[in-house]
Design a binder for this molecule. Structure first.
Ligand SMILES: CC(C)(COP(=O)(O)OP(=O)(O)OC[C@H]1O[C@@H](n2cnc3c(N)ncnc32)[C@H](O)[C@@H]1OP(=O)(O)O)[C@@H](O)C(=O)NCCC(=O)NCCS
Ligand SMILES: [Mg+2]
Length: 485
């Protein structure tokens, strides 16, 4: 068996990940060869044109005209591993081909993992076993990035809670790894996941921190999934030190923090990155931390319902990596010029198409190859109830997660406008709203009174339509919706 092979703690959705053989503590220290990778000499540019695109309320649209594959907007793709390229020991269908296609197109690549336990050689070997061509120098783990951070500060001595991956990376970067009994003092205490950790080592680490060592964590994932439940992750071991000393970590390197993202881009040699991952709280939030675009794939941990409640939304969402080679779909605020296209789509779907222009300021559209291919609108009542309505995706583009991202963005817009709940009613798309994590509150008449009395609902919704509500998790609801169920 292989060392801790997943960078995915299992706190989000234990059980959706099925690792199995990727566990810590089974690596044989000393058999890993130290990394031979040279950090890219190319400095990442200041070109952030990847973040300059329509659809995210950011100015500028200076992307190549006529580009028709999503990936053409970027020169580097930073790929998460577990949940994107494989699940535990099973390759994800199409992933190897997608990586091969990225290479064929000359895209810079980095394989980015929060797991600090394995060396880049081991990770590359695992990827090759899965059919994914991967160079050692393309693997950027939280161990590699931690070594980058500390080397940039001039190196020094480090007392390490962690496995081969972090130890080798620090030595490669010129740091002195202190082993054995209490060394008296150290410049750094570095904490990563360690399946052989002992009380004595944790005690020494805590004492060194009290004596002034800088406390650095490779990552802060609380746990990671094992077949029988979740196991303590690097964050849990870090908590031993912070709980003991009352001191927070000085640096946390892994996703969703910035240092791993920066190391990954620099080592990829690119300058316009797209982050690809399966987890909202690490991959997608990591991209958001540094202001880069991201693609969420639903082949791993995060589910559509998580998207609606996420702290950070991805730029794109897709069922698989194949979306990289398809025309991108951008979601952006609607403009008056879009009204006719929106009305035509609603009409085609037998939804009420009156008044589109009146709601245009509260409407989002999805655009693909300069064609409006989806839309959703909000009506706001009493300042706190939002009615999500007129959700539609062009028939030829259904099933591509366009509706999913539209709903997530529209819910975000509702919260930004001060709403504390979002309601919807549908005759045909109940399964879709279930999947998005909306709660069924009954049939049409269970809707809050202000929504129920709108002409659209009163006149065009059948009594048997299903009413849905979404509230932010943990939201305090000061009062019941008027007329609500
Ligand atoms: C409902 C609608 C907006 C979904 O848009 P979409 O872009 O096709 O949806 P996504 O690709 O994001 O999501 C697809 C998923 O939702 C599910 N889904 C889509 N429409 C569904 C429906 N009517 N009932 C049940 N599930 C549905 C799909 O099975 C798929 O699930 P999977 O990914 O787990 O296999 C689109 O089907 C549509 O325009 N329908 C007609 C208009 C309509 O009914 N609007 C809602 C009125 S409020
Ligand atoms: Mg993952």
């Amino acid at each position: 068996m292989d060392a801790l092979g997943t960078d995915q703690p299992g706190t989000d959705q234990p059980g959706t990940d099925q690792p199995g053989t990727d566990q810590p503590g089974t690596d044989e220290p000393g058999t890993d060869q130290p990394g031979t990778d040279q950090p890219g000499t190319d400095q990442p540019g200041t070109d952030q044109s990847g973040t300059d695109r329509p659809g995210t309320d950011r100015p500028g649209t200076d992307r190549p005209a006529g580009s028709d594959a999503l990936v053409d907007r970027y020169d580097a793709v930073l790929l998460d591993l577990d949940g994107v390229l494989y699940r535990a020991t099973e390759p994800i269908e199409g992933a190897a081909d997608a990586v091969a296609e990225l290479r064929r197109r000359g895209v810079h690549l980095a394989f980015v993992t929060n797991n600090s336990s394995r060396t880049p050689e081991k990770v590359a070997e695992k990827l090759r076993d899965m059919g994914v061509e991967a160079g050692v120098e393309e693997v950027v783990s939280s161990a590699v990035a931690t070594a980058d951070v500390l080397a940039a500060r001039g190196g020094g001595t480090a007392y390490v809670i962690g496995e081969t991956g972090i130890r080798e990376a620090l030595r490669e970067a010129g740091l002195t790894v202190l082993d054995g009994d209490d060394p008296g003092e150290a410049d750094y205490v570095v904490v990563g996941v360690d399946s052989d950790v002992t009380y004595a080592r944790l005690r020494t680490a805590a004492l060194l921190v009290q004596r002034g060592a800088t406390l650095v964590a490779t990552n802060a994932d609380p746990s990671y999934p094992a077949p029988e439940g979740v196991w303590p992750g690097a964050g849990a071991l870090l908590a031993v030190i912070t709980t003991t000393t009352g001191r927070e970590a000085d640096d946390i390197v892994g996703k969703p923090r910035a240092p791993l993202m920066h190391s990954a881009l620099e080592r990829s040699g690119g300058s316009r990155p797209l982050v690809v991952g399966d987890r909202l709280d690490t991959d997608i939030s990591g991209a958001a931390t540094v202001g880069w675009d991201s693609l969420l794939v639903f082949t791993g941990v995060s589910r559509p319902a998580d998207l609606v409640a996420a702290a950070d939304l991805p730029t794109y969402a897709a069922s698989s990596l194949a979306a990289l080679f398809e025309p991108p779909v951008d979601i952006r605020p609607a403009e008056a010029d879009d009204a006719a296209a929106i009305a035509a789509m609603l009409d085609e779907a037998s939804l009420q198409a009156n008044g589109v222009i009146d709601r245009i300021g509260e409407t989002l559209v999805a655009e693909r190859n300069r064609r409006v291919v989806g839309s959703a609108s909000l009506e706001l009542f009493d300042g706190w109830i939002a009615h999500l309505r007129s959700l539609v995706v062009a028939p030829d583009l259904r099933g591509l997660q366009v509706g999913t991202l539209l709903v997530a963005r529209t819910v975000r817009l509702a919260l930004d406008r001060g709403a504390s709940e979002v309601d919807a009613v549908t005759e045909t798309a109940a399964g879709f709203f279930d999947r998005m994590g909306f709660e069924r509150i009954g049939t049409r008449d269970a809707l809050p009174a202000p929504i129920l009395s709108t002409p659209m609902v009163a006149l065009t919704c059948s009594e048997s339509s299903v009413a849905f509500r979404w509230r932010p998790p943990g939201a305090l609801v000061a009062r019941e919706a008027p007329g609500g169920a």
